[in-house]
Design a binder for this molecule. Structure first.
Ligand SMILES: *Cc1c(COP(=O)(O)O)cnc(C)c1O
Length: 718
């Protein structure tokens, strides 16, 4: 089987604490091992600590892969004799003991936050988001927003930032994608079994009024290192069938259902926090979905004796809001009357009238025709508002000038905190070990500043190239395994299986594109001129291969058509094996792609990409970005650490596509391919390696979630 996790193929490398232990660990019974593994699974700390993953993988590597790396599902299915056999292995006993010891040590360590004299000692952040991507075994996310939220929680844990998160627990998470032989998308919703999720029933219930209905929700708790994540579940017998659908799935329903889900998240979530005894000093609303939390908090202040005006002032002073959408149409909007109906019990407790609600949710309160916008509601009820990249901050200030009633965008008080990625989640252990030994620093240190990355420019070129080649080979093996599985599912012939297992070339320049198939991301930009593309991929001396992965929103016909087009091109004999489209795109596929690809392609229509984070994961492994000047990329690009496609001129859509595609082909033909294959006598592409190391040295220390969370602490939470 192909590499499917960071851990399964990795040989056991003894860490410092293990090496010191001379004596054999004591014998371990299968029952005791099961208990300890369950204990290790109970805190999602294991999702970003490789020692723990290695302990699970060692029990039954095949089952570990087959369960999508779900410890509880694996423990449920593993044969008792297999577990007993594992217990006889000293390596397993050591790694399990080490994982538990390492966890205790890292969760009790003196943290970065506790050393910050200038940051408030009594801080307690309540973080709201509609989705969390913690691990591929918990399909509670659809894409970038969830990945960002998951990374935020993990960094908050590593840095010791006092934070509690709130979300919804979806009965079946986001869909799984399969392609039929003709490229049409098949959408599957595997039901998630609670017993196999590392979550705890807190025993608490909340009652959330939505319109005339009182929705009951169970409060579950997931532990993410030092951070608690509370998840509301409305699939209870005491709810009406309609209300039970509130936590059925992620972004599935009609706008009316979506709006009611958002009432549950905001209002129910705030009630849940109070119920479990969390008294937050700051509420961080990550995207507009949780805007109604602010209304519930107003109601709580009014019930505590505050006036309506004072309650709003207090809510404002303690609310931070992050907007993620640079496109006006991307913001949730509902009719004021519909929101009034759904939120009336809460609004009445807050002593708010229909006119108050309209004034809070409309850009122009006196425009009777204007719907309520969740983002505007957040702008009005949050003192701190930020975009997720510098460019996105600019775009947001221009977009919301009218809402703030000011004359120029410069007067709009929206700042920016650029997104980052959680390095321990995304960095392949091979890369981590390489930087540790070759550059002599710990790239996973729980600190916002990472000065060690400066040293990577001078690592041994040959060793670096060996690491890159190993990662690329692992990716090729992973893709072959995935393709073989899809072929087997379609009942295809031995010939097709053979083709799947020999597709791709582990030594060829490998270019990746993985993201949601939303039309603005222009996955097909590379396919505008098939002749030029053919010339690129059919040069035997300088082979180039492209990997695609992504999902379209199940309701986005345009996105699905895009996936089908790419599928069709990948299936034509000319491109077969050189352009490959993977079926799924989840955290596991994401990890494999960002570690193995040499170049990461990003082709959004500027400025539609608020930030994007997948490109930040690539330089951690010595890969290089080739991107439109959009989202985070203009902040990072310095002329030496990657490639920028096109320019920032404003052009009509068709002309823009044409100009950007031309620029992309030119970069590939004139720079990217020649540089990759310009080998010295030692077989190394020196110019390429310089660029790759510049990319690692400049991107990795800056675009990390540790830096991002620290910035939230100083700019937004205090
Ligand atoms: C990193 C990641 C994302 C976000 O990346 P974008 O560049 O914003 O598309 C989405 N999905 C998965 C699975 C990821 O790993």
């Amino acid at each position: 089987m192909a590499r499917t996790s960071h851990s399964s193929k990795h040989t056991l490398k003894l860490t410092g604490s293990l090496r010191a232990r001379v004596v054999e660990p004591t014998p371990l019974s299968a029952a005791r091992a099961r208990e300890q593994l369950k204990e290790l699974a109970s805190n999602l700390w294991w999702t970003w600590n490789e020692t723990a993953q290695r302990a699970f993988a060692a029990v039954d590597p095949v089952l570990w892969d087959a369960t999508k790396h779900s410890p509880l599902e694996m423990l449920e299915r593993v044969q008792e004799s297999t577990l007993a056999a594992a217990c006889l292995e000293p390596g397993f006993r050591l790694v399990l003991a080490d994982a538990l010891a390492h966890r205790t040590q890292s969760l009790t360590a003196h943290s970065w936050y506790s050393r910050q004299a200038k940051l408030p000692k009594n801080l307690s952040v309540a973080y709201f988001c509609s989705e969390y991507a913690i691990h591929e075994s918990m399909q509670q996310y659809s894409g970038g927003l969830g990945v960002l939220a998951g990374d935020h929680l993990k960094s908050a844990s590593d840095l010791g930032v006092p934070l509690t998160a709130v979300g919804l627990l979806y009965e079946h998470g986001y869909y799984q994608q399969q392609f039929a032989t003709d490229g049409t998308t098949r959408v599957l919703y595997p039901r998630i079994r609670r017993e196999t999720m590392p979550i705890l029933d807190t025993g608490h219930r909340v009652q959330c009024p939505i319109g005339d209905s009182t929705v009951h929700a169970k409060v579950w708790k997931a532990t993410v290192g030092r951070v608690a994540l509370y998840l509301l579940d409305a699939n209870l017998a005491e709810n009406t069938p309609e209300d039970r659908l509130l936590t059925e799935g992620l972004y599935k329903g009609e706008p009316a259902l979506r709006m009611r889900q958002q009432v549950l998240l905001g209002v129910g979530g705030s009630i849940a926090l109070r119920t479990v005894g969390v008294h937050a000093t700051v509420y961080h609303l990550n995207e507009g979905h949780a805007a109604f939390a602010a209304i519930e908090r107003c109601a709580q202040f009014v019930e505590g004796g505050a006036s309506k005006a004072n309650s709003m002032e207090r809510v404002r002073a303690s609310t931070a809001f992050t907007t993620h959408t640079p496109v006006p149409a991307g913001h949730d909007r509902y009719s004021v009357d519909d929101v009034w109906t759904a939120l009336r019990p809460t609004l009445e407790r807050a002593k708010m009238t229909h006119a108050d609600l309209a004034a809070l949710g409309r850009e122009n309160p006196s425009d009777e025709a204007e719907p309520l916008c969740m983002t505007v509601l957040c702008l009005r009820l949050a003192a701190k508002v930020n975009g997720v990249a510098k460019l996105h901050g600019e775009v947001s200030r221009a977009m919301w000038t009218a809402a703030y009633g000011v004359k120029s965008a410069a007067k709009v008080p929206i700042f920016s905190i650029t997104n980052g990625v959680h390095l321990p989640t995304w960095m392949h252990p091979l890369a981590r070990d390489f930087w540790r030994s070759a550059a002599g620093f710990d790239p996973l240190a729980p600190e916002p500043k990472a000065p060690g990355w400066k040293k990577v420019r001078v690592v041994d070129r040959a060793e670096f190239w060996a690491m890159r080649s190993a990662l690329r080979a692992q990716l090729v093996a992973f893709v072959r395994g995935r393709l073989a599985r899809a072929v087997a599912r379609r009942g295809a012939s031995a010939f097709a299986m053979d083709a799947a297992l020999s597709t791709l070339n582990p030594d060829a320049l490998t270019i990746g594109f993985a993201r949601r198939f939303a039309t603005y991301k222009r996955a097909h930009l590379l396919m505008r001129d098939l002749e030029r593309l053919t010339a690129l991929v059919s040069n035997e001396k300088r082979p180039v291969q492209f990997l695609y992965a992504g999902k379209a929103h199940p309701r986005d016909a345009g996105g699905q058509e895009l996936a089908q087009q790419i599928h069709a091109i990948a299936e034509t004999p000319l491109f077969r094996g050189k352009i490959v489209l993977l079926e799924e795109y989840d955290m596991e596929v994401g990890r494999a792609l960002v570690s193995g690809c040499d170049v990461w392609l990003n082709t959004p229509l500027r400025p539609h990409e608020a930030s994007g984070t997948s490109g930040m994961k690539v330089p951690l492994h010595g890969g290089i970005n080739c991107s439109i000047s959009d989202g985070w990329w203009p902040e990072s690009f310095d002329g030496t650490n990657g490639w920028t496609i096109g320019d920032a001129r404003e052009l009509p859509r068709e002309a823009r596509d044409e100009a950007d595609a031309k620029s992309l082909y030119q970069l590939l033909e004139k720079s990217i391919v020649p540089e990759f294959y310009a080998r010295g006598r030692d077989g190394l592409p020196m110019k390429w390696i310089d660029r790759a190391l510049a990319s690692a040295a400049t991107v990795s220390p800056v675009f990390s979630a540790h830096r991002m969370v620290a910035e939230y602490c100083t700019k937004s939470y205090s």
